[in-house]
Ligand binder design. Structure first.
Ligand SMILES: *[C@@H]1O[C@H](CO)[C@@H](O)[C@H](O)[C@H]1NC(C)=O
Length: 302
């Protein structure tokens, strides 16, 4: 059971995938990120439509924009297959869009648990949607399953976008940041391929589970110091995570002047069905304007 959980986690981490195409044109200056979707397909469509990433038929309309999804697309609901099929389609459409730099990125979270065969949060309906436990297991196989291999090959545990923002499913720590994003990605893939789901990278204080920043466990001031330190180590302007559901407020959590942003607003009906996405606009002077997009308004964070 525990090892299944870690597979899910590893998969979740691997959802930080970067899809990239290089047709020539002016690259977009817009990056959109959405947090945990948890098998809620209709709210996935709703949040991506709200952020003008897809149209009402679920097709990519964001041209050369970048979409980043921070993992946890499984569990708690029955729309796992539909969500991953949508992500696969969007990855292709983004790649072909407008002839420039189109990327779709995601970071894996609870997917690692599923890769590992830990199904503790998986619903009965969801298992039935795969055609039963055996068929589900086959789909999640990292070598031979359509879903397992997609997650293993297309996602990472962490990702730095254009040098200014680091994305991970859960929170970074100083210790993990010191290893660097590339090393974390290599370590996570290595552990997955060896089915070593007990590695520290998949455990409580690793970037798939840690909640210390969102919960400010070290206290307000100290947490800001930690965030600044992690930013310095990784050379970025901000850290963006999902994982710690802000279901009480349904709002994007911004700490330390936008140095840390939690985008898990509880998009899935299970956590309240709150719609929100993060938008980062890259300005010509090298700065970024970061906003939270909600159904009726957009609020500038930093
Ligand atoms: C995952 O990370 C590795 C190491 O940083 C990188 O080489 C690779 O391109 C990344 N893969 C994806 C899908 O982003």
């Amino acid at each position: 059971m525990v090892s299944r959980l870690y597979i899910l986690i590893a998969l979740s981490l691997f959802c930080l995938a970067l899809v990239q195409s290089t047709v020539d044109a002016r690259p977009s200056n817009r990056i959109v990120a959405v947090g945990d979707l948890h098998s809620d397909y209709s709210n996935t469509l709703a949040v991506l439509q709200m952020a003008k990433i897809i149209d009402s038929r679920g097709n990519w309309i964001a041209g050369q924009d970048t979409l980043i999804q921070t993992g946890d697309n499984v569990d708690r609901g029955s729309g796992t297959i539909a969500i991953f099929k949508l992500l696969q389609k969007l990855r292709k459409q983004a790649k072909n869009a407008g002839g420039a730099l189109a990327r779709a990125i995601r970071a894996v979270g609870q997917e690692v648990m599923n890769l590992h065969g830990d199904l503790r949060y998986v619903t009965k309906d969801e298992i039935a949607s795969f055609g039963g436990p055996e068929a589900r297991k086959a789909a999640w196989d990292m070598q031979t399953g359509w879903l397992g291999s997609f997650i293993y090959n297309s996602f990472n545990i962490s990702h730095i976008q254009n040098g200014h923002t680091v994305f991970s499913h859960a929170d970074m720590s100083v210790e993990w940041a010191k290893k660097g994003v590339e090393q974390m990605n290599i370590m996570a893939h290595q552990a997955l391929s060896e089915k070593s789901f007990e590695e520290p990278i998949f455990k409580t204080y690793g970037p798939v589970w840690n909640r210390d920043l969102a919960k400010q466990t070290a206290g307000e001031e100290e947490t800001c110091e930690i965030i600044d330190k992690i930013k310095r180590i990784l050379g970025v302007n901000r850290l963006v995570s999902g994982h710690t559901a802000q279901s009480k407020t349904g709002k994007v959590l911004s700490l330390c002047n936008g140095g840390y942003i939690d985008i898990d607003v509880g998009i899935t009906g299970y956590y309240g069905g709150h719609l929100a996405a993060l938008e980062i606009i890259e300005n010509s002077d090298g700065t970024q304007t970061v906003s939270a997009i909600y159904p009726t308004r957009k609020i500038v964070i930093s």
